[in-house]
Each structure stands twice: as C-alpha cells, then as structure tokens.
Design a protein around this ligand. Structure first.
Ligand code: A2P
Length: 283
C-alpha cells in the first residue's frame, strides 16, 4: 500500500514539476532590505568563468498566448569568485518586475534555470596593466565587484584596489559592507591585501537619500575632489589608474564621461584599455 502511494506521489510530483532545462538548486537566500536579496545556487561542474562575468538566469513562465511553459531569463552578474564551488547572485526585488517579482520568493531546495555561458566586459583581460584599480558601483552594480574583490588576481595585478558604492539608503550598503569585512578576515586574501597603512583594499561607501558618514553621489564627490582627499590619492590618470563601472544607466553615462575627461579610454576583451563599463541589471 505504502509503496503504491509513494509511486503515485512521485508521479504527481513529476507531472507538477517538469525538470527545468539547465536547472540548478538554490542553497541559500538572504534578504538584505525590502528591495534587495542575494542567493546561492549549485554550480554546474562544467562552468568556468572569469570573475566579473554574467550569465543568464531565470524561471519558467507560462506564455499567455500559447499556454506553453517557456524560460524567462535575465543577465545576472556572478557575485561569487571563480574559485567558489557554488554561485552567488545579488538582486533587486521589483514588485511588478516580470522575473524578480517571482525570483524574490525562492527558497533553498527550489530550482532556477542557469545557462552556463558566461560573458561580460568587467574582466581583468579588458584592461591594460596599471597601478591602481577603481571599482565604481551603484545599487546592485556591486555584484560583479563582489566577485572581483574576492579574486586573488585583483590584488596580484594592482598595488591599490578602491571600491566605491553609492546607494540610496544605509541598509542597501550592508551586503557590500559584510563582504568587505569577510575579505579582510579571509585567510587567503588577507595575506595578499596586507594590513593597516599598507592595506591594498579601500572601501568608500556613500548614500544619497539617508544620513550616513559619507553622503552624496560618487560623481559629485569626484568633481569636488572630496573622494581623492578622503582617500589621500591623486585624481585618476591614464598612466596609473584603471576603472570598472557598474550601475544604473544614468550613472554609467555620467561617470564614463568623467573617466574620458581624466584621459582614460574604454577597453574591451579584444582591445584592452583603461576602463570598462557594464549596466547593472534592472527588472
Ligand atoms: P540618487 O538617490 O541621488 O538618485 P538606484 O537605486 O536608483 O539604482 O540608485 C542607486 C544610487 O545611484 C543612488 O544613490 C542614486 O542617487 C545614484 N545615482 C543615480 N543616478 C546617478 C548618476 N547619474 N550619477 C551618480 N549617481 C547616480
């Protein structure tokens, strides 16, 4: 009797939940604010990627016209480093967003679709060698840097690594803050980063709509030279500085113009130069 009911249950499950194409299993979900969450999923054994790249991920959805199930996919930067055995993603929650309105409800054990074809421009290969690298992020644009900041190559290639993160509210900085704290405590990375005065990693968080120790858009703080004074560094120069940018569209366009004014040129995988830009995902 028991056996029959087990078989029936399994069959019912199989009918209700068809195997997803390129399915990966969710292992952990963290909600940071009512607008932000991060999650970890299993990593396909064959997936190799360069820190800073993105993949297409998503869920199945029913096509309104045909009633058929089809994948709904979006580009998500991989937030975990290439040595991690799982994959991590950092996402916005848009209540009426086609994907994130549903994705925000995933739980450990659920499956998502992950196309194992990583691509992207925020990679070390797209930049010429330099002394100092700037990572400029707004909002969820922090994600590719969460990967690059945990990649030993970042500290091997540069004498100084500066990550700036501008968000509307203090709570939106928490994911990045905890990640930086984790890096400073990580045995492998700690040695590469150094300590105290000699520490290579500089973290510069700012908020625009809630009181915090450093307020203002990073672009305005750069125009006023406040960032450079705070960090005790010179303004960017093409001879020494490299930059990667990831944020909302308006931010990307504005900072791109500023970087060009400093004399930096946009690079690509096939033509490395002094800076690269990518748009943060918005549902
Ligand atoms: P602000 O609050 O002044 O708009 P969002 O959550 O909308 O993606 O924004 C993330 C952060 O990016 C916010 O702090 C926002 O500041 C900032 N931001 C938006 N547009 C620009 C821009 N053109 N230059 C610099 N920062 C920007």
């Amino acid at each position: 009797m028991n056996e029959i009911s087990t078989v029936t249950e399994a069959a019912a499950k199989a009918v209700k939940k068809p195997a997803l194409p390129d399915a990966q299993t969710v292992t952990e979900v963290t909600h940071w604010t009512d607008r932000l969450f991060s999650f970890r999923v299993s990593r396909p054994a064959s997936l190799r990627f360069r820190s800073g790249e993105f993949v297409m991920i998503g869920l199945m959805q029913t096509d309104e016209k045909t009633g058929k199930e089809k994948p709904l996919l979006r580009a998500y930067s991989i937030a975990s480093p290439s040595w991690d055995e799982e994959l991590e993603f950092y996402s916005i929650k848009v209540q009426d967003g086609p994907l994130t309105s549903r994705l925000q409800h995933i739980q450990p054990g659920d499956e998502i679709i992950l196309r194992p074809k990583p691509v992207g421009t925020l990679v070390h290969d797209a930049l010429l060698p330099g002394k100092r690298i700037w990572f400029f992020a707004t909002g969820t644009g922090f994600a590719p840097f969460a990967s690059l900041l945990r990649d030993p190559q970042t500290y091997e290639d540069y004498d100084e690594v500066i990550i700036t993160h501008t968000c509307r509210e203090v709570g939106e900085l928490e994911y990045g803050k905890q990640l930086i704290d984790g890096i400073r405590k990580d045995e492998m990375l700690e040695e590469l980063i150094g300590e105290g005065f000699h520490e290579k990693l500089r973290y510069y968080p700012t908020t625009t709509r809630e009181e915090s120790p450093k307020m203002g858009r990073i672009t305005d703080l750069m125009r006023k030279s406040e960032v450079f004074e705070d960090l005790g560094v010179e303004a960017l120069r093409p001879e020494t500085d490299r930059a990667m940018v990831c944020g909302n569209l308006a931010f990307n366009l504005e900072i791109k113009e500023m970087l060009e004014e400093y004399g930096l040129r946009e690079g690509a995988n096939s033509d490395p130069k002094e800076y690269v830009v990518e748009k943060a995902f918005l549902d």
